[in-house]
Design a protein. Sequence first.
Length: 262
Amino acid sequence: MRRDQNTFTIRIASSPEDVAAAQRLRYRVFVEEMGAHASPEDAALRLERDAFDAYFDHLILIDEAARPEDPLDRVVGAYRLMRSDVARSGPGFYGQSEYDLSLLLDGPRASVELGRSCVHPDYRGGLAMHLLWSAVGEYVIRNDVEILFGVASFHGADPEPLAEPLSMLWQNHLAPPDLRVRTLPEHYVEMNRIPRERIDHKRAMLAVPSLIKAYLRLGGFVGDGAYCDHAFNTVDVCLVMDTGRMQARYRDYYGRTEGILE
């Protein structure tokens, strides 16, 4: 079905029902599609949720033309965002269970953690992700955010089949020292696994998930080290984006996004 921008509403969740609808989409994508673990209670409700949800802003995309039988199925795209001032107030960042994020948490520059990005299968490859990214851009501007970061994932929890793309990311997109977050020592997985001369860059890039490639196009960097998340059946890398270092065309683009976020 062809859709245009007027079909969608995009906004920050404003009620428990909104958050539950985002969690329903996350369950469909992360648990049913990607094989993440869910507790019996969450599986019975078909919700993917955790204790951090109470502290995040939940960005939700709704197709107003759709008429699902269950109201919780109305969200077709979602992101969750936590500002550094909120993280410092008590919960910390979600990614701190995987990465040493003290550079970002304790630094003077405002940051936001991006996570749980997902789009309904019927809406991929089109307008939905563009609208989500535009709304993230407006959120960044509204909140004077300077650094965006978040964990992004490869499917499957074994790093060895991913040796080529992980090595390519480390060799070509490693964050500068002032942004170089690092996997916690007890979880550290080496990314630089293959010598540069043995890497087929085109093949390696084809193996990189679309979301990670999108972050790289924005001028993003990877932190040092991967993390094997067996609960989510993924290998994670931490992406960091400095709005001051973003390519000019993307800074200009973000400057034109005002008005999309309700």
